[in-house]
Design a protein around this ligand. Structure first.
Ligand SMILES: Cc1cc2nc3c(=O)[nH]c(=O)nc-3n(C[C@H](O)[C@H](O)[C@H](O)COP(=O)(O)OP(=O)(O)OC[C@H]3O[C@@H](n4cnc5c(N)ncnc54)[C@H](O)[C@@H]3O)c2cc1C
Length: 300
């Protein structure tokens, strides 16, 4: 498929060929992709996009792959991975307590930075395994809070390789939703505003949240976090449990007996196993409770 194309023309990037996408997702599911590109800078992102367009290649942007279900055969010829060490700088700005965080920065690294610098306001993100870019795309959150609450501006690149800043008010943030799900813009970074806090308190809260999640969530097997969005009338996990889906298994995919909104890859789950299990859970919840669950994860 990539015959006749010179990958060395892609500037400011590293790349790997014939990669298993399972290596790039927390679900550990996904078939071979002809090329995975790791941009070193915004110029690298542009160069990778140009290469895809010039060669008419179907391409996808990913972060840390913690909210994605990939097919066993990749529908993409080219995957651009914006995840540390790609685009992973944190810079000060001239605005007080406001930082320019590049999209590839892992949330865990960001939380180390905020603790070190006694900055409060981001503790609730503790334990979310994605990147800043992925979190903004998904409007990720926990503890009733969303990343959009601390985002001031988002830096993007559009399909014509133009880069610009969008105000939070232009980003259409909603529960697990943002303009980026439909705009096609690539998130390069964000300005995040925090306040000064007590280092000890910040560190304790982050650790306590991590402990709480370690006890409550099934983190011993691969997953993509919560599969379904919470409907308006309560947590999806509660309804899935009421519909007696806990422990339900199709092939290698299992509804976690610990947290019903997690589907686990018990070792050899395929895309089809997970998709069939999602459909079965949806059906049972609908038949029993008349509730239509909507998936939160990105199913490709
Ligand atoms: C164990 C576990 C626990 C989790 N807990 C939570 C939780 O508490 N709260 C929560 O909200 N989520 C949770 N998640 C889900 C996930 O971690 C978040 O949604 C996270 O923000 C996804 O970031 P990512 O970098 O992994 O994105 P990916 O999974 O790589 O991508 C997600 C989507 O964003 C797009 N995308 C990624 N980066 C960019 C970019 N730079 N520009 C444009 N598009 C981009 C991708 O195309 C894809 O459509 C959990 C996941 C796991 C595995």
């Amino acid at each position: 498929m990539m015959m006749g194309m010179n990958l060395n023309n892609i500037e400011f990037c590293d790349f790997k060929v014939d990669e298993n996408l399972s290596s790039y997702t927390s679900f550990q599911i996904g078939g071979k992709c002809p090329v995975v590109i790791f941009p070193k800078s915004a110029e690298g992102v542009q160069s990778a996009l140009q290469f895809a367009t010039e060669n008419n290649l179907n391409r996808l942007i990913i972060g840390n792959g913690t909210n994605i279900l990939f097919p066993d055969k990749s529908p993409y010829s080219l995957v651009i991975r914006i995840c540390s060490p790609s685009l992973d700088e944190i810079r000060e700005t001239t605005e007080p307590y406001t930082f320019h965080i590049q999209a590839g920065v892992l949330i865990s690294t960001f939380l180390e930075f905020v603790t070190k610098n006694s900055l409060t306001g981001a503790e609730f993100l503790s334990g979310i395994p994605g990147t800043i870019g992925g979190a903004i795309f998904m409007n990720a959150g926990a503890q009733g809070k969303y990343i959009s609450e601390i985002v001031k501006k988002v830096e993007v690149m559009d399909k014509n390789y133009k880069t610009y800043w969008l105000d939070k008010s232009e980003s259409s943030f909603e529960y697990r939703n943002s303009r980026f799900k439909t705009s096609g813009e690539i998130i390069l970074g964000a300005k995040i505003e925090l306040t000064h806090g007590n280092k000890e308190k910040i560190s304790t809260e982050i650790k306590e949240l991590l402990n709480y999640r370690n006890n409550r969530l099934p983190l011993d097997l691969p997953s993509a976090g919560c599969i379904f969005k919470n409907p308006k009338n309560g947590p999806a996990a509660y309804f899935i449990e009421l519909a007696e889906c806990k422990g339900l298994q199709i092939g290698g995919a299992l509804v976690s007996p610990k947290h019903a909104n997690f589907i686990l890859n018990t070792g050899n789950a395929s895309y089809k196993d997970v998709k069939s299990l999602i459909l079965e859970v949806k059906k049972r919840v609908y038949d029993k409770l008349n509730i239509s669950l909507e998936t939160e994860i990105i199913i490709l």
